[in-house]
Design a protein around this ligand. Sequence first.
Ligand code: SAM
Ligand code: DTB
Ligand code: SF4
Length: 348
Amino acid sequence: MSETNDAKSENCQVSGAQDIRTDWQSGEILTILQSPLMDLLYRAQTLHRAYHKDNTVQLASLLSIKTGLCPEDCKYCPQSAHYRKETALENNALMDVGDVLDKARLAQRAGATRFCMGAAWREIRDGDAFDQVIEMVRGVRALGMEACCTLGMLTEEQAGRLADAGLTAYNHNLDTSPEFYSEIVTTRTFQDRLDTLKRVRGAGITLCTGGIIGMGETEMDRARMLQILATLDPHPESVPINALVPVPGTPLEGQTPVAPVELVRMIATARIIMPRARVRLSAGRRALNKEAQLLCFFAGANSIFYGDKLLTTANNDTADDLALIKEAGLVIETPAGSREDDRPLARS
Ligand code: SAM
Ligand code: DTB
Ligand code: SF4
């Protein structure tokens, strides 16, 4: 690591750094989102270099530990029970702890430093299943990987148990603006999402929260979603930006795909307004060509999901990803390189 990179991971007091703001207005975010592309990219890359190691990318692997039959009606999601007759998804009960840890080991050997476990639950229920998830978290942490879970809503006590198991991050996306939310999900409210995020943070677990573009929202909806994220204090440590994967059988299957440059703009804007966050180029990457992915990295993305599958849909080919990383001269982040992973391992 260069001296500059050392300084950045310590205190970020390097050229280009700005005060971290939590008072962003939606109008100013929209202006950034719509600014001339070269200005947007230049500003985003300047901030990126001030706050993050140059030329590095974290590989995170995803695993669906419980698949399908979710009672929620999220219109984008193939795992919703509401669309089960149309999606032809194979539903699976909670995986065994040993099998999950085998997958984590494989992901680690392939270069991933973060392992994300997703369950198609509306909320966590106490009992055997949650006890097993706790064991999975302990096991992943014992491997020396960051552990992330996305399990739906949770209570304060459940967040406490996950924290005690050493969970690094909890993923719970806002998905879209508060104004557009009820067009996409009717079985919970935007406020439910915020309440869960508050409990996660209260337990001392880092936040992974972002959203999806390409669901029929306006640019103002995108700016509003980013505003809610960027007015959390502190900002989320991790912000996944997804482009809709239009899964056949879901209500959004026929959505017109977003132009790749819209994803680039969204990433750049997230980078500018939340400079310390890790911005994750997430679902929808498979629809991007090499050049569009490179622009996403230039815009400030510093993590990708790596592995054959996201949760239920296909992801980019791993050999292609490694070739792209090599061609761009990017370095895959090692465990020691991550600032997010300062959570203790499991308490007894
Ligand atoms: N049930 C949990 C929840 O909703 O928080 C966890 C799993 S859920 C599948 C995790 C996230 O994946 C969603 O919040 C959404 O942002 C993203 N996602 C799901 N289906 C998607 C799709 N078809 N395209 C893009 N992103 C999607
Ligand atoms: C996130 O924002 N995107 C990931 C992760 N967090 C959990 C999930 C994407 C899922 C895409 C659809 C699927 O594969 O089922
Ligand atoms: Fe369930 Fe999560 Fe899919 Fe919504 S996004 S249907 S909560 S698994």
